[in-house]
Design a protein around this ligand. Sequence first.
Ligand SMILES: [Zn+2]
Length: 619
Amino acid sequence: MPRLLMMHRARKLPLVFQLATVLLLACSASLAQTSKPDGQDIAFTVSMSKPQTHLLEVEMRIRDVPGEAAILVMPVWTPGSYLVREFERHVQDFAAADQSGHPLEWEKINKDSWRVKTNGAREWRATYRVYANELSVRTNELNSDHAFWNNAALLMYPDGFIKAPSTLRIIPAANWKIATGLPPVSGEKNTFRAENFDILYDSPVECSNFKEIDFAVKGAPHRIVIDGEGNYDPARLRSVVQRIVEAEVAMMGEIPYHDYTFILHLRGGGGLEHLNSTALGFRRNGFSNDEGYRSFAALVAHEFFHLWNVKRIRPDALGPFDYTKENYTRSLWVAEGITEYYGQLMPCRAGLVSERLYLDQLAKRIQAFQETPGRLEMSAEEASFDSWIKLYRPDENSINSSISYYDKGEILGLLLDLDIRRRTHNARSLDDVMRYLYTEFYKKGRNYTPADFQKACELMAGASLDQFFARYVRGRDDLELVYNEMLGGAGLRLETSGAGGRAEAKAFLGADLSQNSDRLLVTSVRAGSPAYEQGLNANDQIVALDGARVTKETFEARLAERKPGDMVHVSVFRFDDLRIFDIRLSADSRDLFRMVPLAQVNDEQRRIYQSWLSEVQNR
Ligand SMILES: [Zn+2]
């Protein structure tokens, strides 16, 4: 969308137009909501004079925002993480003053809004501090070692002026360096410019003595900014990230940014996508083996792919954003799930993961999904819509009542990709769907609806896919029967039993356990299982199996020795009472899911397999 294009210089209107705009804005508050934002001057200064207190200091200078009063709003959430996090709860020491320093009256009018009586002052400022002591990709942390923050969790916007440009000046502690995706303002030290608040809020900041690794792809500069110590090999790290970038750029065909910044914290975990940057968390000693680099590659591939899928190819409700409440969309299975599909696939296409390993891990993820009872209770669209109250707020019943749109979305991406390839004799694929959405929606300034996404898939498949979408996207039908239909197109079959050569079924209880120091706890009980039907509850503390004390390890080992139909006696503390449950075990005939080649594979199946797993080429 044009409003999200990274513009590196402000488009300045001639002075006469600026004045006219200001006058017009001054005439009517409601007009101000819809008028062009040019004319206001919003300048933030963020400082950190006492890093050890975890308090980021914000000064917000506002000029030429008309009216007798102004409302400053703190976002309650940040895009990419679909939970109301109430960032306003960390605000303290709010104050406002006019140009000569006289205090202005203010009051809070709801949890996230401060109304300041500006008395028509042409220029005034608000100051406040924000407690920042939580390192995650979507929160803020300031301490004696570094500062990292998300602008949505730090900077307020004047109500009605979300499209206004602003500048951000940073006064770092202790000569720290600054990394952010925002373009610098030339001639002004440590000052950056945002064309509007969506861009400002989409540009996190790292401030520290970080290490930096640079590389270029198609002439565009990329940097990896690393905070903290870790056991990575810098050359290998750079190579992994660069190969992911090259593979994804090759697929999407062009680079829609001027420069890109990976902010990597070697603490915590996860990632959050932004317009021309991403924040990543990875364990500091996670680079000790190939598996560590592979999981890092998958994280990078996921977050980087988001720069197209969700940051530019946007579902209906995701941009422009309402920062004061939940923004509902039925398409997170596309925005997150299909991003996860490519996040797993791209390391394989880039040669960082073998085809065999990719297929083995894919089979494991399909198995985990098929063993989730909630898959029959919640559709991919429902999971997307209820993200705010479900995925981000899991409880012991989640496994029975819900699914993750990451998990099902990845699988739907796989099935759609293979289906399109199969129907078109490998002339088209899901890659074409993503490129089409980029060209036809992002470049034309449009967001897509669920119907648009389906139509794009149908256009590439050359056929109606309504049955597929009705049953597996909008509906909750079991995917069980559809895997082999689609995988067959690539000459593969998903084997769900008997692969390990085991003749007999395993005994099955159906309780998930965790060992918390010396307490063995039931964390969830799977619907329909013996544990569920015969009385075990989440939070029961298991103290004995068949009269003998157990840990998680010994419990599982002894259960594995039992046969389907056997009776076990499970002693638990429920609240403060000791209880014994006699539970008859059932049979679990499933073995490890495996992807195996079909006995007969023709040329077309071979071609589909090849281009699906190794298609890295410029189009
Ligand atoms: Zn994501």
